[in-house]
Design a protein around this ligand. Structure first.
Ligand code: GUN
Ligand code: FE
Length: 418
């Protein structure tokens, strides 16, 4: 089936480069992008057309790090540093995922809120509960959100959500056997080194190799955490080596935070093809620090963005993009490293994540469409006529569900619940 979308097309095919096609056309064949045009080629003249006339057709967002079972604590309890925050608020909240009816309600709401905020690709941590994790996958699939979900592994220092090593491994296998979803796939998810014994990390490394599975975890988020990792692994000079030791540091591994990663750790990311997921709202909320994003990029590390719900309080990824710009300005004040421009930060929150999943550079031909259509007509009346670059900037800063007219995920138009 051929479909045509008409509107102002804005995308970032390269880091920092915004391409604008005023009054343009996106032609889709079976949901895949066949081409972008300034004027519609004659052969498509009779094809069905969605006319978004004066709206902005922009890339949808990719949230590369969030915790579904923490959605119920959104906007609360951010008065403690990481390890105390986990022990005081987080683990007991995640323990509620034992109750599958509760998990269903939470996951359904989260999935609907993600898609209606324009997030079409995710990499999510569930809790350690297998059944709730399968429910999360089902609810994301149902809502039209695509990507990766991980059953969390944690057999140490996990309070009410700790599992035994054997249970962690056998439940992971049971979970993997039951993952049968078209657009939502499994990713191995050791919570982080302090919560995983060496035996468990070794088993997960073996499983990753055996079933060719990707891996996600946390890295160098907080100084207390880093000191603990040093104590637990005296043979490792740096945090990343604790994952590398067990085969979990490899191409496609996602590492959230990397706030305190030094030169060598950054170089190890670039060398192995590990993606750093920057979570600026969380980093400030938990007083973790400010990640050296410009430095990571300059060293050739692939960087994407995450909301890190609920250390982060912003689910809407355009707000996370804005937060990444603010955080980079704080870094500039401290170090002089140039702050992120709007097109640079937008690339991190869109293209960088889409590419992780095999998507293209911006709206690239041959890739399934992941897009949001933004109607900015109800935003504050401007003092003069804005050009499309200005409208893009304003939409990144201000858009919310009210302005999002349509969402396309994996080439499908999603019907939004308003
Ligand atoms: N490190 C280990 N677990 C977590 C978590 O749930 N959130 C954050 N921000 N960091 C973590
Ligand atoms: Fe996290």
């Amino acid at each position: 089936m051929t479909q045509i979308l008409h509107g102002h097309i804005l995308h970032t095919p390269q880091f920092g480069r915004l391409e604008v096609i005023p009054d343009g056309y996106i032609v889709l064949e079976e949901g895949g992008i066949a081409g972008l045009y300034n004027t519609l080629p004659k052969k498509y003249a009779a094809m069905p057309l969605e006319d978004y006339s004066d709206c902005l057709i922009m890339q949808s967002f990719a949230d590369m790090h969030l915790h579904a079972p923490q959605y119920p604590m959104l906007g609360m309890g951010m008065d403690l540093p990481l390890l105390d925050w986990l022990n005081t608020y987080t683990f007991c909240t995640e323990a509620r995922f034992q109750d599958t009816l509760y998990a269903r309600r939470v996951c359904r709401q989260l999935a609907e809120d993600l898609i209606s905020s324009g997030t079409t690709r995710v990499s999510v941590f569930s809790s350690r509960h297998t059944d709730a994790t399968l429910i999360l996958m089902e609810e994301l699939e149902r809502a039209g959100v695509t990507g990766f979900v991980g059953k969390v592994n944690m057999d140490r220092s996990g309070g009410p959500v700790q599992e035994s090593t054997d249970e962690s491994v056998s439940e992971t296998r049971r979970w993997l056997e039951n993952c049968r979803f078209a657009h939502v796939k499994p990713i191995l998810t050791p919570r982080f080194t302090p919560c995983c014994t060496d035996t468990l990390l070794k088993e997960l490394g073996r499983l990753a190799a055996e079933q060719n599975l990707p891996v996600q975890s946390h890295l160098s988020e907080n100084t207390g955490e880093i000191a603990l990792v040093k104590e637990l692994h005296p043979d490792c000079h740096q945090y990343w080596e604790t994952y590398h030791k067990y085969g979990l540091w490899k191409k496609g591994t996602l590492m959230a935070h990397c706030v305190h990663s030094g030169r060598e750790e950054q170089e190890a990311m670039a060398e192995y093809g590990v993606t750093a997921v920057h979570c600026p709202a969380s980093n400030v909320n938990l007083c973790s620090g400010t990640a050296p994003v410009r430095e990571l990029l300059n060293r050739g590390v692939h960087v994407a963005l995450g909301s890190d719900i609920a250390g982060g309080d912003l689910l809407a990824m355009n707000r996370v993009i804005v937060m990444s710009i603010r955080a980079s300005k704080i870094v500039q004040i401290a170090t002089g490293a140039p702050f992120l421009t709007v097109p640079e930060a937008y690339w991190l929150g869109t293209t960088a994540g889409h590419q992780y999943f095999g998507g293209g550079a911006g709206f690239q031909a041959g890739c399934k469409l992941h897009a949001v259509v933004v109607d900015d007509s109800a935003m504050p009346e401007p003092a003069r006529k804005l050009d499309l670059t200005e409208r893009f900037e304003r939409s990144v800063y201000l858009m919310d569900k009210r302005h999002i007219k349509a969402v396309y995920s994996e080439g499908r138009k999603i019907s939004l619940q308003k």
